[in-house]
Design a protein around this ligand. Structure first.
Ligand SMILES: Nc1ncnc2c1ncn2[C@@H]1O[C@H](COP(=O)(O)OP(=O)(O)OP(=O)(O)O)[C@@H](O)[C@H]1O
Length: 627
């Protein structure tokens, strides 16, 4: 059977190309500037093997010239140019990349990276132009040629005049419609912004004539507008510079110029990786929490460059959620781009980079914690909560990465402590890592439930954020020491006398506790003599997985029908005077016992920061006692 070639309907293909590949029109400029840069790189390569050519980088530039009256935008370069045949084959055949062919023929790899590879970027000009005119003179040729096209209808090539080697591409910008404005592509400020955004690190100067204000000659306070040619791009990417040449100030300037944040970076990381995957990255840990950081509006991600050209403004896949505060950029020549350069074809390389970056950030944070504790504390103030969310989310999948980066308030230190610090100073007989939850350190320190643990001289971690206890539940233990809430029914503390005493009291006071329990039916699971209270009369402890703090947090969430309750146990201090009142009331005045029970129950609620269920009843009961 005879084999036939597919026929591409070029017109349709061009239309599809123009209208469906790119999501943003502005990238046409990136594509044309990248082509101009490739054309100049080709001269450089030629000079490597041709002694008659001298390549002096300073002689080459790219120029962008808008002309509002004529509605044109011209991109000129001093690169290698194209002959009539090259115009025909490179611009007349969609998906034919002269640049890719050139790159393959010149395997040299020394930082002059040819950008083009798909052979389609040029046609993106038709997204904003009705007509594209290319005038080009090839290196070594006397005659220049003009290629002109109005898009799908085809193109024409004819001899033309051009004094110097290189290419001028002139776009006749489309008229604006109701939906789309094209005028912006003739505006100086807009062109400058697009160049800065995508092509800032093109290694040849991108020049444009711009207006600026200058003090008038002979006058101190008068200014005049002048037109002058300026180089818009920074050219040398800071990440390609030698680390030893760069100061902290250089990095801070880069951070601010790139508008990664309005603050100063707390720390930077400069990575030049050339292992399994080659990439450069500059990453920043910001000093302050961005105002929208803990909201769903916040978008994580790093800028992604391929050979110095911006591909994606926020590549989310490069950062795990728990490090979403990190800002910065990654540049790699090893990425498999898709045709629009807006996405990556397959993400093996990206996954490798992301993994590498994650490890680097973690080690950076670890050394900050070890060597610059004050800075780490500052960082933790801003982003510690995110690390704790990281421990909790995905069923604790990443807890091992994060566990040593966590800090908590403590009963024994003015500053935040790590779990390692806590465990390393635990007395030998201490079984658990104790924690207590509450609104603030001060309030937690006053909680009756902490009395026994504190009396024992054990350190207590103070959990002041909603996420703390949830994260700890996910961790379960640290260095084989289990976490235990000071409110839990079993504190694992041997206080035999107390235990015995409480058991005897329970025995003796069975009737009293049973009566109180009945009074509080549906509200508490049990009423019993406390082993943990020393001076306070009453408190709650909880049984089961849900703590009282968790009940509060879950109760405050706007999820209807989610009524998760802790199993509360009302603990009574049998050493306290009020206990004798209870005993007396059981024998003589049941009504009074009911009043006392209700008041004690509500007091336990108040201590926990839970709402009193019936404030009128409660105050009336208090008054009954007072009267
Ligand atoms: N300014 C220029 N000077 C010299 N040659 C050019 C110029 N612009 C385009 N070309 C030639 O035209 C070819 C097609 O350009 P086009 O932008 O469509 O694709 P590309 O740059 O090769 O690939 P990509 O689609 O990845 O950008 C280029 O490969 C190059 O050979």
């Amino acid at each position: 059977m005879a084999k036939k070639q597919f026929e591409a309907e070029s017109k349709r293909l061009l239309e599809m190309m123009i209208n469906s590949i790119y999501t943003q029109k502005e990238i046409f400029l990136r594509e044309l500037i990248s082509n101009a840069s490739d054309a100049t790189d080709k001269l450089y390569y030629k000079a490597l093997s041709d002694d008659s050519l001298v390549f002096d980088k300073d002689h080459y530039f790219i120029k962008v010239t808008p002309n509002k009256e004529a509605r044109t935008l011209t991109i000129s370069d001093t690169g290698i140019g194209m002959s009539a045949e090259e115009l025909e084959s490179n611009l007349g055949v969609i998906a034919k990349s002269g640049s890719l062919a050139f790159k393959k023929a010149n395997e040299a790899k020394d930082g002059h990276d040819i950008i083009g590879q798909f052979g389609v970027g040029f046609y993106s000009a038709f997204m904003v132009a009705d007509k594209v005119t290319v005038i080009s003179r090839a290196l070594g040729a006397e005659q220049a040629y003009k290629w002109e096209s109005e898009g799908a209808d085809g193109y024409a090539i004819a001899p033309a005049e051009k004094e110097t080697v290189g290419t001028d591409i002139t776009l006749t910008i489309k008229e604006s419609t109701e939906d789309d404005s094209y005028e912006e592509f003739l505006e100086e400020y807009r062109l400058r912004a697009i160049i800065k955004k995508y092509s800032d690190f093109i290694k040849y100067p991108i020049k444009m004539e711009v207006s600026s204000q200058r003090p008038k000659e002979g006058s101190e306070d008068e200014f005049e507008e002048v037109r002058e040619e300026q180089t818009i791009n920074s050219m040398v990417p800071i990440w390609k510079k030698n680390k030893s040449e760069l100061t902290d100030e250089d990095y801070t300037n880069f951070y601010q110029e790139k508008r990664y944040g309005f603050d100063k970076p707390l720390k930077h990381l400069h990575i030049s990786a050339d292992g399994a995957i080659v990439y450069n990255a500059i990453l920043f840990i910001p000093e302050n929490t961005p105002f929208d950081y803990y909201s769903k509006e916040y978008e994580k991600g790093l800028e992604l460059y391929s050979s110095g050209v911006l591909i994606m403004e926020k590549c989310a896949d490069l950062l795990p959620d728990y490090f979403s505060f990190v800002k910065g950029m990654v540049d790699s020549e090893d990425l498999s781009l898709n045709i629009s350069r807006e996405m990556l074809q397959h993400d093996r390389q990206l996954k490798l980079i992301a993994k590498n970056i994650k490890n680097k950030i973690k080690s950076q944070l670890q050394s900050l914690l070890k060597d610059e504790r004050e800075s780490y504390d500052k960082f933790y103030q801003s982003f510690g909560r995110q690390l704790k969310y990281g421990v909790y989310s995905d069923y604790g999948r990443d807890k091992d990465v994060l566990i040593d980066l966590l800090l908590f308030h403590s009963s024994k230190a003015d500053k935040l402590v790590t779990l390692d610090e806590y465990v390393s100073r635990m007395p030998e007989e201490q079984k658990y890592i104790y924690y207590a939850t509450g609104e603030s350190k001060e309030r937690i320190a006053r909680l009756p439930q902490t009395e026994l643990v504190a009396d024992k001289g054990y350190e207590i971690l103070y959990f002041t954020e909603d996420i703390d206890e949830f994260a700890i539940k996910m961790l379960m233990n640290y260095k084989e020491k289990e976490f235990r809430s000071v409110s839990s029914s079993d504190l694992g503390i041997d206080s035999e006398d107390k235990d015995k005493e409480a058991e005897d009291k329970a025995e003796d006071n069975q009737e009293l506790f049973a009566y109180m329990k009945e009074q509080l039916a549906g509200k508490v699971k049990d009423v019993k003599a406390s082993k943990r209270l020393r001076t306070h009369p009453v408190c709650f402890s909880s049984e089961g997985e849900v703590s009282i703090e968790m009940e509060k947090i879950l109760g405050a969430m706007p999820t209807p029908g989610q009524d998760v309750k802790a199993e509360k146990v009302l603990e009574i201090n049998t050493q306290h005077d009020v206990f004798h009142k209870l005993q007396g009331a059981l024998a003589g005045d049941k009504d009074k016992l009911a009043v006392l029970t209700n008041v004690l129950y509500n007091q336990a609620l108040l201590i926990e920061g839970l709402p009193v269920e019936d404030p009128v009843q409660y105050t009336n009961d208090v008054c009954k006692i007072m009267a």
